[in-house]
Design a protein around this ligand. Structure first.
Ligand code: G6P
Length: 609
C-alpha cells in the first residue's frame, strides 16, 4: 500500500525522505516521489519504478538547502503505475502539494465539481482531486483550506500537505488510513509506519481519526475535527533499529521465519505464570462475560484469516460452541448474526487492514464482545477494540507474513485455553498439559529450522513446476490454505488448497503426469483417508510431498518425499507444520529469483477496501 513520509527540520530533507521511503518499501509500491520546499516554490520529482530509480533522478538536483519535504511510495489503485500518476500531486497553481494513502471514493464527483470551477486534471488518480480541492479553498489559511476540502472528501485518507506560501510547515490529516508523527530534536516527521523514521527518532504518536497536525521544526500542534487542540503522549519505541534491518539474511522473509521461536516465546511466556495460570489482562471482559458467550466469530484478511480457520477447529472442540471464521471483506456486508453473547475475534498483524477495521466496527455496532489480536501497538484496530491481545512478534517487514501468523496462532490457542478454564470445559490438569505442550512449541520450531536441508533439496527438485495442489483434512486443510498462499504470493506458481475429501468432486481432473501435490497428513483421526487420497492422485501420475507426524510410516510408504514434524502434542502440531511449508515457499521463490520481500502487486498493509 502507499507509504507517506514527511520531514521538517534543519537538515537536507531529500536524503532523509529517500531513506525513509526505502524503509516503507515492504508495503509494496510501483512508483515513488518527493516534494520539497525550495526558494522558487514547491519542487516535485517523481517516477514510476523503485526508490533506486528516484535516486537517479534526484542525484543532480541541487536540494541541499531544502529542509522541508514530503515523500510517497505509490501502490496503484486508480490509474496505471506511471510517472504522471505518481505522487506528490502539485496543484496547477503550484501552491499545494499532496501525498495521499487511501481512496477518495467520490473523486469523480469532485472532479466535476472542480471542473465546473475552472480546474483541470492531468492524472488518472483519485488523489489529484485532493491537491486541487485544497487549492480551491485556499485563501491564505492552510488549515481552513484543508478542513473545508475534508468536508467534501468521502473515503479513506492519510495526507501529507505542503503549502508554498508556508515554507516551514507540513500539514498532516488522517481518516481510516494510518499516519504517525515522530518527534525529534529541532525536527519532526510524519510517516505511514514506524520503521520509516526509527533512525531519526523513537518518540512517536499516532494521529487519531480526523485529527490534523501542523508540523514545524520546533513544534507539532494537533487539532481534532471540531478544531479543539489535542495533546498526545508520545510512545517510546524500544525496538532495536536492526530489528527492522536484514541482519545478514538474504531477505526479511527468511530472517522472520528464523525469528519464529523467539517471537512465539515472547508472545506466550509472559502470559503464563509459574502455576501455569494464563494471564491475559482483560480490562472489561469479565469471567462472567466469558461464561455467557454462546458463539464465536473470527474475522480477518489473508493469512490472519487463515489463522482463524485453524483456530475455529480447536475453539469449537474445546469450548463446544459454534465457531465460524469469516473473511472481513465478506463479514461486514453479510448482516452477521451477532449480539452481546457473541465473541468476535479480530486478527490483524498491522492493525490497519481496512476491511478488518470495518468488520471490527460492524461487530461493535451490533453489540458483540470484541477481542483483537494485533501486532502493531496502538494501531487503528488496537485503538478501537474493546480488548487487545498483542502478538509480540516485533516488526514484520516481508510482505508474506510468517512470524505474525505463528504468533497469532499461538495467542489464539492461549485465549482458547483461558476461556476453557473459565467455562470449565477443561480441567486445570488438562489445561496445564496443553500449556506445557505450547511452551515446547519454540523448541519444536527451532528443531525444524535446524534441519532446512531436506526442504531445500525438495525445493531444488520442484521449483520449476507450474501448478501445485495442497490437500489436507480438518486442521491440515486450514494449514493448506496458508501454505498455498505462501507459495503463490512469493513464487508466482499457481497453487490451490483443497479439502482432500473434495478432490473427487472436480479438482482431481487437473491431476496429470508430474503434477505436484503437497499432502498435509498430521491430523491423526483422518490419516487413513489422506493415505487413500494420496494413492488416488499418485494413480493419476502426481508427485507427492507429504508432511507427516514423526511416527507415521503408513504415509511414508506411499509418498514420494516426506517432511517429518517432530514429536509434539496435538495443540502444537499446527504451529510446527506450517514452518517447513513457509521454508519450501521461500526456497522455491529464491531458486526462481523472485523479489521475495516485495512480491509483485502485493502490499504488506492493505489500507484500501
Ligand atoms: C496483506 C498481507 C498479508 C496479510 C493480510 C492481512 O494481504 O500481504 O500478509 O495477512 O494483508 O493483514 P493484517 O495486517 O490485517 O494481518
Amino acid at each position: 500500500m502507499c507509504g507517506i513520509v514527511g520531514y521538517v527540520g534543519v537538515k537536507p530533507a531529500m536524503p532523509i525522505l529517500l531513506d525513509s521511503l526505502e524503509k516503507l518499501e515492504y508495503r509494496g509500491y510501483d512508483s515513488a516521489g518527493v516534494a520539497l520546499i525550495s526558494d522558487s516554490g514547491i519542487m516535485i520529482r517523481k517516477t514510476r519504478g523503485r526508490i533506486a530509480d528516484l535516486r537517479k533522478i534526484v542525484a543532480s538536483v541541487p536540494a541541499d538547502d531544502c529542509t522541508v519535504g514530503i515523500g510517497h511510495t505509490r501502490w496503484a489503485t486508480h490509474g496505471e503505475p506511471s510517472d504522471v500518476n505518481s505522487h506528490p500531486h502539485l496543484s496547477k497553481s503550484g501552491r499545494v502539494a499532496v501525498v495521499h494513502n487511501g481512496i477518495i471514493e467520490n473523486y469523480i464527483e469532485l472532479r466535476e465539481y472542480l471542473r465546473a470551477r475552472g480546474y483541470s486534471f492531468s492524472t488518472e488518480t483519485d488523489s489529484e482531486v485532493v491537491s486541487e480541492l485544497i487549492d480551491y479553498w485556499y485563501n491564505g489559511d492552510p488549515v481552513a483550506a484543508v478542513r473545508k476540502a475534508e468536508q467534501q472528501l468521502k473515503g479513506s485518507y492519510a495526507l501529507g500537505i505542503l503549502f508554498a506560501e508556508f515554507p516551514e510547515q507540513i500539514i498532516a490529516l488522517r481518516k481510516d488510513s494510518p499516519l504517525i508523527v515522530g518527534i525529534g530534536e529541532g525536527e519532526n516527521f510524519i510517516a505511514s509506519d514506524i520503521p520509516a523514521i526509527l533512525k531519526h527518532t523513537r518518540e512517536v504518536f499516532r494521529l487519531g481519526e480526523r485529527e490534523l497536525a501542523i508540523l514545524t521544526r520546533r513544534r507539532v500542534t494537533v487539532f481534532d475535527h471540531l478544531g479543539n487542540q489535542v495533546r498526545h503522549e508520545t510512545e517510546h519505541i524500544a525496538w532495536d533499529a536492526t530489528a527492522a534491518e536484514k541482519g545478514g539474511y538474504s531477505h526479511f522473509m527468511i530472517k522472520e521465519i528464523f525469528e519464529q521461536p523467539d517471537a512465539i516465546a515472547k508472545t506466550i511466556a509472559p502470559r503464563i505464570d509459574d502455576e501455569l495460570n494464563i494471564r491475559l489482562g482483560f480490562k472489561s471482559i469479565t469471567d462472567e462475560d466469558i461464561r455467557n458467550i454462546n458463539s464465536i466469530k473470527i474475522t480477518a484478511c489473508g493469512s490472519a484469516y487463515h489463522v482463524g480457520v485453524v483456530a475455529k477447529h480447536f475453539l469449537k472442540k474445546t469450548l463446544n460452541i459454534p465457531v465460524e471464521a469469516e473473511l472481513a471483506s465478506e463479514f461486514r456486508y453479510d448482516d452477521p448474526i451477532i449480539d452481546e453473547h457473541t465473541l468476535v475475534i479480530i486478527v490483524s498483524q498491522s492493525g490497519e487492514t481496512l476491511d478488518t477495521l470495518y468488520a471490527l466496527r460492524e461487530a461493535k455496532k451490533r453489540g458483540a464482545r470484541v477481542v483483537s489480536i494485533v501486532n502493531v501497538v496502538a494501531s487503528s484496530i488496537a485503538n478501537e477494540s474493546e480488548e487487545v491481545l498483542y502478538t509480540w512478534a516485533g516488526p514484520e517487514i516481508a510482505v508474506a507474513t510468517t512470524k505474525a501468523y505463528s504468533t497469532q496462532l499461538a495467542l489464539i490457542e492461549l485465549l482458547c485455553l483461558y476461556m476453557a478454564g473459565i467455562r470449565g470445559s477443561m480441567t486445570k490438569a488438562e489445561i496445564d498439559g496443553e500449556i506445557r505442550a505450547m511452551q515446547a512449541i519454540p523448541a519444536g520450531v527451532q528443531s525444524l529450522l535446524d534441519n532446512v536441508k531436506s526442504v531445500q533439496y525438495i525445493a531444488s527438485l520442484y521449483f520449476n513446476c507450474q501448478d501445485v495442489f495442497f490437500i489436507g483434512r480438518n486442521i491440515d486443510y486450514a494449514l493448506s490454505l496458508e501454505a498455498s498462499l505462501k507459495l503463490k504470493e512469493i513464487s508466482y506458481i499457481h497453487s490451490e488448497a483443497y479439502a482432500a475429501g473434495e478432490l473427487k468432486h472436480g479438482s482431481i481432473s487437473l491431476i496429470e503426469d508430474g503434477t505436484l501435490v503437497i499432502a498435509l497428513c498430521t491430523y491423526r483421526p483422518l490419516l487413513e483417508k489422506m493415505v487413500s487420497n494420496i494413492k488416488e492422485v499418485k494413480a493419476r501420475g502426481a508427485k507427492v510431498i507429504a508432511v507427516i507426524n514423526h511416527d507415521d510410516t503408513q504415509t511414508e510408504a506411499v509418498a514420494d518425499h516426506v517432511i517429518r514434524i517432530p514429536e509434539c502434542k496435538d495443540i502444537a502440531v499446527a504451529s510446527l507444520t506450517i514452518v517447513p511449508l513457509q521454508l519450501l515457499a521461500y526456497y522455491i521463490a529464491s531458486l526462481k529469483g523472485c523479489d521475495i520481500d516485495k512480491p509483485r502487486n502485493l502490499a504488506k498493509s492493505v489500507t484500501v477496501e
